[in-house]
Design a protein around this ligand. Structure first.
Ligand SMILES: Nc1ncnc2c1ncn2[C@@H]1O[C@H](COP(=O)(O)OP(=O)(O)OP(=O)(O)O)[C@@H](O)[C@H]1O
Ligand SMILES: [Mg+2]
Length: 541
Protein backbone atom coordinates (compact mmCIF):
# COMPACT_ATOMS: atom_id res chain seq x y z
CA UNK A 1 0.00 0.00 0.00
CA UNK A 2 1.20 3.49 -0.74
CA UNK A 3 -0.12 6.83 0.24
CA UNK A 4 0.21 9.44 -2.44
CA UNK A 5 0.23 13.14 -1.70
CA UNK A 6 -3.25 14.39 -2.51
CA UNK A 7 -3.53 16.68 -5.52
CA UNK A 8 -3.83 20.38 -4.89
CA UNK A 9 -7.36 21.41 -4.38
CA UNK A 10 -8.16 24.47 -6.51
CA UNK A 11 -9.58 26.46 -3.61
CA UNK A 12 -6.56 25.66 -1.47
CA UNK A 13 -3.90 26.23 -4.12
CA UNK A 14 -3.11 29.71 -2.90
CA UNK A 15 -2.60 28.42 0.63
CA UNK A 16 0.42 26.41 -0.43
CA UNK A 17 1.10 22.82 0.50
CA UNK A 18 -2.16 21.02 0.96
CA UNK A 19 -0.58 18.42 3.15
CA UNK A 20 0.25 21.12 5.63
CA UNK A 21 -3.23 22.58 5.33
CA UNK A 22 -4.69 19.18 5.99
CA UNK A 23 -3.61 19.17 9.61
CA UNK A 24 -5.95 20.53 12.21
CA UNK A 25 -3.70 22.79 14.23
CA UNK A 26 -4.07 22.50 17.96
CA UNK A 27 -6.20 19.37 17.91
CA UNK A 28 -3.41 16.88 18.41
CA UNK A 29 -0.38 17.89 20.42
CA UNK A 30 2.71 17.80 18.23
CA UNK A 31 4.33 14.89 20.01
CA UNK A 32 1.22 12.76 19.47
CA UNK A 33 1.26 13.47 15.76
CA UNK A 34 4.95 12.89 15.35
CA UNK A 35 4.96 9.70 17.37
CA UNK A 36 1.83 8.29 15.83
CA UNK A 37 3.23 6.00 13.18
CA UNK A 38 6.56 5.49 14.84
CA UNK A 39 4.90 4.33 18.08
CA UNK A 40 3.04 1.74 16.11
CA UNK A 41 6.22 0.35 14.61
CA UNK A 42 5.43 1.89 11.26
CA UNK A 43 7.93 4.68 11.11
CA UNK A 44 11.57 5.20 11.88
CA UNK A 45 12.72 4.14 15.34
CA UNK A 46 12.67 7.02 17.72
CA UNK A 47 14.21 7.90 21.06
CA UNK A 48 13.28 5.97 24.16
CA UNK A 49 9.88 6.56 25.79
CA UNK A 50 8.75 10.12 26.13
CA UNK A 51 8.82 11.71 29.55
CA UNK A 52 5.25 12.43 30.46
CA UNK A 53 5.40 14.15 33.79
CA UNK A 54 7.77 16.20 35.89
CA UNK A 55 9.56 14.28 38.66
CA UNK A 56 7.66 13.82 41.93
CA UNK A 57 8.27 16.18 44.81
CA UNK A 58 8.41 13.75 47.67
CA UNK A 59 4.73 12.79 47.45
CA UNK A 60 3.98 9.11 47.13
CA UNK A 61 1.51 8.07 44.45
CA UNK A 62 -1.68 6.53 45.77
CA UNK A 63 -2.26 2.83 46.19
CA UNK A 64 -5.53 1.46 45.01
CA UNK A 65 -7.81 -1.07 46.50
CA UNK A 66 -10.96 -2.43 45.01
CA UNK A 67 -13.91 -3.07 47.26
CA UNK A 68 -16.36 -5.80 46.39
CA UNK A 69 -19.78 -6.74 47.65
CA UNK A 70 -20.11 -9.50 50.24
CA UNK A 71 -20.35 -12.97 48.78
CA UNK A 72 -17.79 -12.07 46.15
CA UNK A 73 -15.00 -13.42 48.31
CA UNK A 74 -11.76 -11.54 48.72
CA UNK A 75 -11.19 -8.66 46.32
CA UNK A 76 -10.40 -10.52 43.15
CA UNK A 77 -8.32 -7.80 41.52
CA UNK A 78 -5.62 -8.28 44.09
CA UNK A 79 -4.21 -11.48 42.82
CA UNK A 80 -0.97 -12.52 44.35
CA UNK A 81 -0.60 -12.18 47.19
CA UNK A 82 -4.06 -11.13 48.36
CA UNK A 83 -3.85 -8.44 51.01
CA UNK A 84 -5.52 -10.67 53.53
CA UNK A 85 -7.16 -14.00 53.19
CA UNK A 86 -10.71 -14.76 54.26
CA UNK A 87 -14.20 -13.61 53.51
CA UNK A 88 -14.68 -9.89 53.40
CA UNK A 89 -17.84 -8.02 54.03
CA UNK A 90 -18.78 -4.42 53.89
CA UNK A 91 -20.36 -2.23 56.46
CA UNK A 92 -21.90 1.11 55.76
CA UNK A 93 -21.77 4.19 57.91
CA UNK A 94 -22.53 7.76 57.05
CA UNK A 95 -22.46 7.06 53.36
CA UNK A 96 -19.14 5.27 53.62
CA UNK A 97 -18.33 1.67 52.95
CA UNK A 98 -15.85 -0.16 55.07
CA UNK A 99 -14.21 -3.40 54.25
CA UNK A 100 -14.12 -5.63 57.30
CA UNK A 101 -11.97 -8.70 57.73
CA UNK A 102 -13.21 -11.86 59.44
CA UNK A 103 -11.51 -10.92 62.68
CA UNK A 104 -13.53 -7.75 62.70
CA UNK A 105 -10.63 -5.44 62.08
CA UNK A 106 -11.41 -2.46 59.97
CA UNK A 107 -10.28 -1.80 56.47
CA UNK A 108 -10.51 1.42 54.57
CA UNK A 109 -13.33 3.87 54.57
CA UNK A 110 -14.42 5.27 51.28
CA UNK A 111 -17.17 7.59 50.22
CA UNK A 112 -20.00 5.79 48.49
CA UNK A 113 -22.47 8.58 48.09
CA UNK A 114 -22.91 7.96 44.41
CA UNK A 115 -22.57 4.21 44.28
CA UNK A 116 -25.84 2.69 43.15
CA UNK A 117 -27.92 0.59 45.46
CA UNK A 118 -25.92 1.00 48.65
CA UNK A 119 -28.13 1.54 51.66
CA UNK A 120 -27.22 4.71 53.44
CA UNK A 121 -28.42 3.94 56.94
CA UNK A 122 -25.81 3.73 59.66
CA UNK A 123 -24.59 0.22 60.29
CA UNK A 124 -26.91 -1.33 57.74
CA UNK A 125 -25.27 -4.30 56.01
CA UNK A 126 -24.85 -4.25 52.25
CA UNK A 127 -26.68 -7.08 50.58
CA UNK A 128 -26.65 -7.61 46.86
CA UNK A 129 -25.55 -4.07 46.17
CA UNK A 130 -23.44 -3.42 43.12
CA UNK A 131 -20.39 -1.93 44.74
CA UNK A 132 -17.19 -2.00 42.84
CA UNK A 133 -15.13 1.01 43.66
CA UNK A 134 -11.58 1.92 43.11
CA UNK A 135 -10.32 3.44 46.28
CA UNK A 136 -6.94 5.03 46.49
CA UNK A 137 -5.29 5.90 49.74
CA UNK A 138 -1.93 7.55 50.25
CA UNK A 139 0.80 4.93 50.25
CA UNK A 140 2.15 6.07 53.55
CA UNK A 141 -1.28 5.74 55.09
CA UNK A 142 -2.68 2.37 55.88
CA UNK A 143 -0.99 0.33 53.19
CA UNK A 144 -3.26 -2.27 51.70
CA UNK A 145 -0.75 -4.36 49.85
CA UNK A 146 2.83 -4.25 50.83
CA UNK A 147 5.45 -6.53 49.51
CA UNK A 148 9.06 -6.46 50.27
CA UNK A 149 10.87 -5.57 47.08
CA UNK A 150 12.13 -8.79 45.64
CA UNK A 151 15.82 -8.69 44.94
CA UNK A 152 17.52 -10.44 42.12
CA UNK A 153 21.17 -10.57 41.31
CA UNK A 154 21.82 -8.00 38.63
CA UNK A 155 24.76 -7.74 36.29
CA UNK A 156 28.06 -7.60 38.12
CA UNK A 157 26.64 -9.49 41.09
CA UNK A 158 24.98 -6.35 42.47
CA UNK A 159 21.63 -6.70 44.12
CA UNK A 160 18.94 -4.77 42.34
CA UNK A 161 15.20 -4.80 42.68
CA UNK A 162 12.98 -6.49 40.16
CA UNK A 163 10.58 -3.70 39.14
CA UNK A 164 6.83 -4.18 38.83
CA UNK A 165 5.75 -3.07 35.38
CA UNK A 166 2.34 -1.75 34.35
CA UNK A 167 0.76 -3.54 31.40
CA UNK A 168 -2.24 -2.31 29.43
CA UNK A 169 -3.36 -5.60 27.89
CA UNK A 170 -5.65 -4.21 25.21
CA UNK A 171 -8.00 -5.92 22.79
CA UNK A 172 -6.07 -4.43 19.90
CA UNK A 173 -2.79 -3.22 21.38
CA UNK A 174 -0.75 -3.68 24.51
CA UNK A 175 1.55 -1.16 26.14
CA UNK A 176 4.07 -1.62 28.95
CA UNK A 177 5.33 1.12 31.25
CA UNK A 178 7.42 1.41 34.37
CA UNK A 179 8.28 4.06 36.93
CA UNK A 180 11.91 4.83 37.56
CA UNK A 181 13.41 5.15 41.04
CA UNK A 182 12.06 8.68 41.37
CA UNK A 183 8.52 7.56 40.50
CA UNK A 184 8.63 8.97 36.99
CA UNK A 185 6.52 6.88 34.57
CA UNK A 186 7.92 5.88 31.22
CA UNK A 187 6.47 3.84 28.38
CA UNK A 188 8.95 1.19 27.32
CA UNK A 189 9.87 0.67 23.69
CA UNK A 190 11.11 -2.36 21.84
CA UNK A 191 14.34 -2.33 19.87
CA UNK A 192 12.60 -0.65 16.94
CA UNK A 193 11.37 2.17 19.15
CA UNK A 194 7.79 0.89 19.09
CA UNK A 195 5.61 1.63 22.10
CA UNK A 196 2.33 0.13 20.97
CA UNK A 197 2.35 -3.62 20.43
CA UNK A 198 -0.56 -5.27 18.65
CA UNK A 199 -2.15 -7.98 20.85
CA UNK A 200 -1.85 -10.43 17.97
CA UNK A 201 -0.29 -13.90 17.93
CA UNK A 202 0.48 -15.74 14.70
CA UNK A 203 1.53 -19.36 14.32
CA UNK A 204 3.99 -19.55 11.44
CA UNK A 205 4.26 -22.64 9.21
CA UNK A 206 7.89 -23.02 10.33
CA UNK A 207 6.69 -23.61 13.89
CA UNK A 208 7.62 -20.21 15.28
CA UNK A 209 5.21 -18.02 17.21
CA UNK A 210 5.12 -14.40 16.09
CA UNK A 211 3.71 -11.67 18.31
CA UNK A 212 3.06 -7.95 17.97
CA UNK A 213 3.50 -5.82 14.89
CA UNK A 214 4.86 -8.69 12.77
CA UNK A 215 1.94 -10.90 13.76
CA UNK A 216 -0.49 -8.12 12.86
CA UNK A 217 0.93 -8.13 9.34
CA UNK A 218 0.31 -11.86 9.17
CA UNK A 219 -3.40 -11.28 9.75
CA UNK A 220 -3.46 -10.43 6.06
CA UNK A 221 -1.64 -13.45 4.71
CA UNK A 222 -2.50 -16.12 7.26
CA UNK A 223 -5.79 -15.12 8.89
CA UNK A 224 -6.70 -18.63 10.08
CA UNK A 225 -3.56 -18.97 12.17
CA UNK A 226 -3.36 -15.43 13.45
CA UNK A 227 -5.26 -14.79 16.64
CA UNK A 228 -6.34 -11.24 17.54
CA UNK A 229 -8.89 -9.76 19.95
CA UNK A 230 -8.41 -12.62 22.43
CA UNK A 231 -9.51 -10.17 25.12
CA UNK A 232 -13.03 -10.34 23.70
CA UNK A 233 -13.08 -14.04 24.51
CA UNK A 234 -11.20 -14.23 27.79
CA UNK A 235 -13.11 -15.54 30.81
CA UNK A 236 -16.24 -16.26 28.79
CA UNK A 237 -18.04 -19.57 28.49
CA UNK A 238 -18.55 -21.33 25.18
CA UNK A 239 -22.28 -20.69 25.28
CA UNK A 240 -21.97 -16.95 25.93
CA UNK A 241 -23.28 -14.66 23.24
CA UNK A 242 -19.86 -13.04 22.84
CA UNK A 243 -18.20 -16.36 21.98
CA UNK A 244 -21.05 -17.31 19.67
CA UNK A 245 -20.79 -13.93 17.92
CA UNK A 246 -17.00 -14.29 17.64
CA UNK A 247 -17.32 -17.67 15.91
CA UNK A 248 -18.92 -15.94 12.95
CA UNK A 249 -16.66 -12.89 12.96
CA UNK A 250 -13.17 -14.25 13.57
CA UNK A 251 -11.25 -15.92 10.75
CA UNK A 252 -9.61 -18.37 13.16
CA UNK A 253 -11.39 -21.46 14.48
CA UNK A 254 -13.00 -21.48 17.91
CA UNK A 255 -14.35 -24.76 19.28
CA UNK A 256 -15.79 -25.97 22.56
CA UNK A 257 -13.26 -27.38 25.01
CA UNK A 258 -13.43 -28.91 28.48
CA UNK A 259 -15.56 -27.18 31.15
CA UNK A 260 -17.44 -25.17 28.52
CA UNK A 261 -14.29 -23.19 27.75
CA UNK A 262 -13.64 -21.96 24.21
CA UNK A 263 -10.52 -23.34 22.56
CA UNK A 264 -8.69 -21.73 19.63
CA UNK A 265 -7.56 -24.14 16.96
CA UNK A 266 -4.42 -23.09 15.10
CA UNK A 267 -1.58 -24.60 13.15
CA UNK A 268 0.47 -24.34 16.34
CA UNK A 269 -2.02 -26.42 18.33
CA UNK A 270 -5.12 -25.80 20.41
CA UNK A 271 -5.04 -23.01 22.94
CA UNK A 272 -7.22 -21.87 25.79
CA UNK A 273 -7.83 -18.12 25.55
CA UNK A 274 -5.64 -17.21 28.57
CA UNK A 275 -2.79 -19.06 26.88
CA UNK A 276 -2.98 -16.65 23.94
CA UNK A 277 -3.08 -13.66 26.28
CA UNK A 278 -0.12 -15.21 28.10
CA UNK A 279 1.87 -15.14 24.84
CA UNK A 280 1.08 -11.42 24.48
CA UNK A 281 2.02 -10.75 28.12
CA UNK A 282 5.25 -12.67 27.68
CA UNK A 283 6.02 -10.59 24.58
CA UNK A 284 5.60 -7.26 26.38
CA UNK A 285 7.43 -8.60 29.41
CA UNK A 286 10.39 -9.40 27.15
CA UNK A 287 10.25 -5.88 25.72
CA UNK A 288 10.41 -4.53 29.27
CA UNK A 289 13.21 -6.92 30.14
CA UNK A 290 15.23 -5.76 27.12
CA UNK A 291 14.52 -2.09 27.80
CA UNK A 292 15.40 -2.29 31.48
CA UNK A 293 18.12 -4.94 31.35
CA UNK A 294 16.43 -6.74 34.21
CA UNK A 295 14.25 -9.77 34.73
CA UNK A 296 10.57 -8.93 35.00
CA UNK A 297 8.36 -11.23 37.00
CA UNK A 298 5.65 -8.96 38.39
CA UNK A 299 3.09 -6.70 36.79
CA UNK A 300 -0.01 -4.65 37.36
CA UNK A 301 -2.33 -5.59 34.50
CA UNK A 302 -5.34 -3.50 33.51
CA UNK A 303 -8.82 -4.68 32.49
CA UNK A 304 -12.01 -2.85 31.50
CA UNK A 305 -14.13 -1.70 34.45
CA UNK A 306 -16.93 -3.88 33.09
CA UNK A 307 -14.91 -7.12 33.36
CA UNK A 308 -16.51 -9.77 35.53
CA UNK A 309 -14.62 -11.65 38.19
CA UNK A 310 -14.26 -14.58 35.79
CA UNK A 311 -12.63 -12.31 33.19
CA UNK A 312 -10.36 -10.72 35.79
CA UNK A 313 -9.29 -14.04 37.13
CA UNK A 314 -8.68 -15.41 33.60
CA UNK A 315 -6.48 -12.35 32.95
CA UNK A 316 -4.48 -13.09 36.08
CA UNK A 317 -4.26 -16.72 34.98
CA UNK A 318 -2.79 -15.52 31.68
CA UNK A 319 -0.13 -13.74 33.70
CA UNK A 320 0.57 -16.88 35.72
CA UNK A 321 0.93 -18.94 32.53
CA UNK A 322 3.48 -16.38 31.33
CA UNK A 323 5.30 -16.71 34.64
CA UNK A 324 4.26 -13.21 35.69
CA UNK A 325 2.82 -12.57 39.11
CA UNK A 326 -0.08 -10.23 38.56
CA UNK A 327 0.12 -8.20 41.73
CA UNK A 328 -2.98 -6.25 40.86
CA UNK A 329 -5.66 -6.32 38.20
CA UNK A 330 -6.56 -2.66 37.85
CA UNK A 331 -9.51 -1.06 36.10
CA UNK A 332 -8.47 0.74 32.92
CA UNK A 333 -10.38 4.00 33.64
CA UNK A 334 -8.89 4.15 37.12
CA UNK A 335 -5.44 3.69 35.62
CA UNK A 336 -6.14 6.51 33.15
CA UNK A 337 -7.39 8.70 36.00
CA UNK A 338 -4.21 7.95 37.95
CA UNK A 339 -2.10 9.07 35.00
CA UNK A 340 -4.20 12.21 34.72
CA UNK A 341 -4.11 12.95 38.46
CA UNK A 342 -0.43 12.15 38.88
CA UNK A 343 1.28 14.77 41.02
CA UNK A 344 -1.80 16.91 41.28
CA UNK A 345 -4.00 17.30 44.28
CA UNK A 346 -7.27 17.26 42.44
CA UNK A 347 -10.78 17.48 43.72
CA UNK A 348 -12.77 16.89 40.63
CA UNK A 349 -15.42 14.85 38.87
CA UNK A 350 -14.00 13.55 35.64
CA UNK A 351 -15.09 11.38 32.73
CA UNK A 352 -12.74 8.89 31.11
CA UNK A 353 -13.86 8.50 27.49
CA UNK A 354 -12.16 5.37 26.18
CA UNK A 355 -12.64 4.63 22.48
CA UNK A 356 -10.34 1.73 21.60
CA UNK A 357 -10.12 -0.75 18.77
CA UNK A 358 -13.00 -3.01 19.67
CA UNK A 359 -14.69 -1.53 22.71
CA UNK A 360 -15.99 1.76 23.97
CA UNK A 361 -16.29 2.64 27.66
CA UNK A 362 -17.02 5.76 29.59
CA UNK A 363 -16.41 6.00 33.31
CA UNK A 364 -17.24 8.82 35.66
CA UNK A 365 -14.91 9.17 38.60
CA UNK A 366 -14.71 11.45 41.58
CA UNK A 367 -11.17 12.37 42.59
CA UNK A 368 -10.72 13.69 46.09
CA UNK A 369 -7.90 13.45 48.61
CA UNK A 370 -6.22 10.84 46.43
CA UNK A 371 -9.36 8.72 46.50
CA UNK A 372 -10.46 7.66 43.03
CA UNK A 373 -14.06 6.67 43.25
CA UNK A 374 -15.90 5.19 40.30
CA UNK A 375 -19.34 6.79 40.24
CA UNK A 376 -20.61 5.05 37.14
CA UNK A 377 -19.39 3.15 34.17
CA UNK A 378 -21.09 2.24 30.91
CA UNK A 379 -19.82 0.68 27.74
CA UNK A 380 -20.42 -1.03 24.46
CA UNK A 381 -18.22 -4.07 23.97
CA UNK A 382 -18.82 -4.06 20.22
CA UNK A 383 -17.97 -0.48 19.36
CA UNK A 384 -14.51 0.66 18.36
CA UNK A 385 -12.07 1.67 15.68
CA UNK A 386 -12.61 -1.71 13.99
CA UNK A 387 -16.10 -0.54 13.02
CA UNK A 388 -14.64 2.50 11.29
CA UNK A 389 -12.13 0.29 9.46
CA UNK A 390 -15.06 -1.84 8.33
CA UNK A 391 -17.03 1.09 6.86
CA UNK A 392 -13.93 2.43 5.12
CA UNK A 393 -13.21 -1.02 3.77
CA UNK A 394 -16.75 -1.28 2.42
CA UNK A 395 -16.44 2.18 0.91
CA UNK A 396 -13.28 1.11 -0.96
CA UNK A 397 -14.70 -2.27 -1.95
CA UNK A 398 -17.90 -0.60 -3.25
CA UNK A 399 -15.86 1.76 -5.40
CA UNK A 400 -13.78 -1.09 -6.75
CA UNK A 401 -16.93 -3.10 -7.45
CA UNK A 402 -18.47 -0.18 -9.31
CA UNK A 403 -15.46 0.24 -11.57
CA UNK A 404 -14.34 -3.38 -12.06
CA UNK A 405 -17.44 -5.48 -11.28
CA UNK A 406 -15.33 -7.53 -8.86
CA UNK A 407 -16.19 -7.74 -5.18
CA UNK A 408 -12.93 -7.88 -3.25
CA UNK A 409 -14.91 -9.01 -0.21
CA UNK A 410 -15.44 -12.42 -1.81
CA UNK A 411 -11.82 -13.25 -1.12
CA UNK A 412 -10.76 -13.79 2.50
CA UNK A 413 -7.23 -12.50 1.97
CA UNK A 414 -8.58 -9.57 -0.06
CA UNK A 415 -10.80 -8.61 2.88
CA UNK A 416 -7.94 -8.76 5.37
CA UNK A 417 -5.70 -6.74 3.03
CA UNK A 418 -8.32 -4.10 2.49
CA UNK A 419 -9.08 -3.90 6.20
CA UNK A 420 -5.41 -3.25 6.96
CA UNK A 421 -5.39 -0.53 4.28
CA UNK A 422 -8.59 0.92 5.73
CA UNK A 423 -7.01 1.22 9.17
CA UNK A 424 -3.96 2.99 7.79
CA UNK A 425 -6.19 5.33 5.80
CA UNK A 426 -8.23 6.11 8.91
CA UNK A 427 -5.04 6.96 10.83
CA UNK A 428 -3.87 9.15 7.95
CA UNK A 429 -7.20 10.95 7.96
CA UNK A 430 -6.60 11.96 11.56
CA UNK A 431 -3.59 13.91 10.27
CA UNK A 432 -4.83 15.25 6.97
CA UNK A 433 -8.15 15.94 5.38
CA UNK A 434 -7.79 13.69 2.35
CA UNK A 435 -5.84 10.60 1.40
CA UNK A 436 -5.33 8.76 -1.84
CA UNK A 437 -5.05 5.06 -1.32
CA UNK A 438 -3.32 2.85 -3.83
CA UNK A 439 -3.26 -0.90 -3.42
CA UNK A 440 -1.49 -2.94 -6.05
CA UNK A 441 -2.92 -6.20 -7.33
CA UNK A 442 -5.98 -6.30 -5.12
CA UNK A 443 -7.71 -8.53 -7.68
CA UNK A 444 -7.18 -10.07 -11.09
CA UNK A 445 -9.21 -9.29 -14.18
CA UNK A 446 -9.79 -11.22 -17.40
CA UNK A 447 -6.75 -13.27 -18.39
CA UNK A 448 -5.25 -12.81 -14.93
CA UNK A 449 -4.43 -9.15 -15.48
CA UNK A 450 -3.62 -7.52 -12.12
CA UNK A 451 -6.06 -4.84 -11.00
CA UNK A 452 -5.06 -2.05 -8.67
CA UNK A 453 -7.26 -0.12 -6.31
CA UNK A 454 -6.97 3.64 -6.31
CA UNK A 455 -9.42 5.71 -4.34
CA UNK A 456 -9.47 9.10 -2.75
CA UNK A 457 -11.10 9.31 0.65
CA UNK A 458 -11.74 12.52 2.50
CA UNK A 459 -12.04 13.10 6.20
CA UNK A 460 -15.59 14.30 5.66
CA UNK A 461 -16.47 11.01 4.00
CA UNK A 462 -15.02 9.12 6.95
CA UNK A 463 -16.99 11.24 9.40
CA UNK A 464 -20.19 10.80 7.44
CA UNK A 465 -19.83 7.03 7.17
CA UNK A 466 -18.72 6.53 10.75
CA UNK A 467 -21.29 8.93 12.23
CA UNK A 468 -23.54 6.16 13.63
CA UNK A 469 -20.61 4.83 15.68
CA UNK A 470 -19.71 8.25 17.04
CA UNK A 471 -23.38 8.83 17.91
CA UNK A 472 -23.50 5.50 19.75
CA UNK A 473 -20.59 6.53 21.96
CA UNK A 474 -22.52 9.57 23.19
CA UNK A 475 -25.61 7.50 23.91
CA UNK A 476 -23.33 5.47 26.20
CA UNK A 477 -22.04 8.71 27.78
CA UNK A 478 -25.63 9.74 28.48
CA UNK A 479 -26.24 6.39 30.13
CA UNK A 480 -23.16 6.80 32.37
CA UNK A 481 -24.21 10.33 33.34
CA UNK A 482 -27.71 9.10 34.12
CA UNK A 483 -26.27 6.40 36.39
CA UNK A 484 -24.08 8.95 38.14
CA UNK A 485 -27.00 11.40 38.27
CA UNK A 486 -24.89 14.12 36.73
CA UNK A 487 -25.27 16.42 33.77
CA UNK A 488 -22.50 16.87 31.16
CA UNK A 489 -21.77 20.33 32.55
CA UNK A 490 -20.99 18.81 35.95
CA UNK A 491 -18.05 16.91 34.49
CA UNK A 492 -15.03 19.06 35.23
CA UNK A 493 -12.52 17.28 33.02
CA UNK A 494 -12.65 14.73 30.25
CA UNK A 495 -9.71 12.38 29.85
CA UNK A 496 -9.33 10.76 26.45
CA UNK A 497 -8.17 7.17 26.25
CA UNK A 498 -7.83 4.87 23.22
CA UNK A 499 -6.51 5.30 19.71
CA UNK A 500 -9.89 6.20 18.23
CA UNK A 501 -9.94 9.42 20.26
CA UNK A 502 -7.18 10.67 17.98
CA UNK A 503 -9.81 11.29 15.32
CA UNK A 504 -10.29 15.08 15.31
CA UNK A 505 -14.05 14.73 14.82
CA UNK A 506 -14.27 12.60 17.98
CA UNK A 507 -12.53 15.36 19.92
CA UNK A 508 -14.89 17.96 18.50
CA UNK A 509 -17.89 15.86 19.46
CA UNK A 510 -16.50 15.27 22.97
CA UNK A 511 -15.99 19.02 23.34
CA UNK A 512 -19.56 19.69 22.25
CA UNK A 513 -21.06 16.98 24.45
CA UNK A 514 -19.21 17.79 27.67
CA UNK A 515 -19.09 21.51 26.91
CA UNK A 516 -15.34 21.65 27.42
CA UNK A 517 -12.29 20.54 25.45
CA UNK A 518 -10.87 17.19 26.59
CA UNK A 519 -7.50 16.93 28.30
CA UNK A 520 -4.70 16.13 25.93
CA UNK A 521 -1.79 16.17 28.34
CA UNK A 522 -1.65 12.39 28.62
CA UNK A 523 -1.31 10.42 25.39
CA UNK A 524 -4.62 8.50 24.98
CA UNK A 525 -2.81 5.37 23.89
CA UNK A 526 -0.41 5.42 26.83
CA UNK A 527 -2.55 6.69 29.71
CA UNK A 528 -3.66 3.26 30.90
CA UNK A 529 -0.18 1.72 30.92
CA UNK A 530 1.24 4.82 32.62
CA UNK A 531 -1.47 4.59 35.32
CA UNK A 532 -0.69 0.90 35.78
CA UNK A 533 3.00 1.77 36.19
CA UNK A 534 2.13 4.42 38.80
CA UNK A 535 0.08 1.86 40.67
CA UNK A 536 2.94 -0.65 40.39
CA UNK A 537 5.33 1.92 41.78
CA UNK A 538 3.01 2.55 44.73
CA UNK A 539 2.89 -1.17 45.44
CA UNK A 540 6.67 -1.35 45.45
CA UNK A 541 7.04 1.14 48.23
N1 LIG B 1 -4.32 8.42 14.79
C1 LIG B 1 -5.39 7.60 14.83
N2 LIG B 1 -6.54 7.97 14.26
C2 LIG B 1 -7.61 7.15 14.28
N3 LIG B 1 -7.63 5.95 14.86
C3 LIG B 1 -6.50 5.54 15.45
C4 LIG B 1 -5.33 6.33 15.47
N4 LIG B 1 -4.37 5.65 16.14
C5 LIG B 1 -4.92 4.48 16.50
N5 LIG B 1 -6.20 4.39 16.09
C6 LIG B 1 -7.14 3.28 16.29
O1 LIG B 1 -7.27 3.01 17.66
C7 LIG B 1 -7.63 1.66 17.82
C8 LIG B 1 -6.76 1.01 18.85
O2 LIG B 1 -6.89 1.73 20.03
P1 LIG B 1 -6.27 1.18 21.38
O3 LIG B 1 -4.87 0.76 21.16
O4 LIG B 1 -6.54 2.22 22.39
O5 LIG B 1 -7.20 -0.09 21.58
P2 LIG B 1 -7.17 -1.19 22.70
O6 LIG B 1 -7.02 -0.56 24.02
O7 LIG B 1 -6.25 -2.29 22.36
O8 LIG B 1 -8.61 -1.78 22.49
P3 LIG B 1 -9.82 -1.83 23.45
O9 LIG B 1 -9.86 -0.55 24.21
O10 LIG B 1 -10.97 -2.05 22.54
O11 LIG B 1 -9.53 -2.99 24.36
C9 LIG B 1 -7.48 0.98 16.48
O12 LIG B 1 -8.76 0.85 15.89
C10 LIG B 1 -6.63 1.98 15.72
O13 LIG B 1 -6.86 1.91 14.34
MG1 LIG C 1 -7.83 0.16 25.69
Amino acid sequence: MRFAAPPRHPSRARGGDLRRDAFVPGRLPDDHRAHDLRDRGLGRPGPAGAVLHPPPRGRAPPTIQEVHPPGDGPPVPVFAPPPRRGVFSLSVRDGSVRRVDPRGRGGVWARTSAVRGVPRARGEPVHGAVVRMDVAVPARGRALVRRRARHVAGRGGQLMSDPIVGIDLGTTNSVVAVCDASGQPRVLTDQRGTKIHPSVVSFHPNGSVIVGVDAKQRRVIDPRNTVYSAKRLIGRLWKSKEIQAAIGRMPYTIKEGANQQPVLVTRGGEFAVPEISAIVLDHVRNIAKQALGQEISRAVVTVPASFTDAQRSATATAGAIAGITVVRVLNEPTAAALAYGHQRQLSRTIAVYDFGGGTFDVTILRLQDQVYEVLATAGDSFLGGDDIDEVLMNHMADQFLASHRIDVRDNEVGVMRLRAVAEQTKIELSRRTRAIVKVDEIAYGPGGAPLNLEVEITRDQLVERAAPFFDKSFAVCEEALRLAQLSPAQIEDVVLVGGTTKIPHVRERVTRFFQRPPRTDVNPEEAVAVGAALQASALER
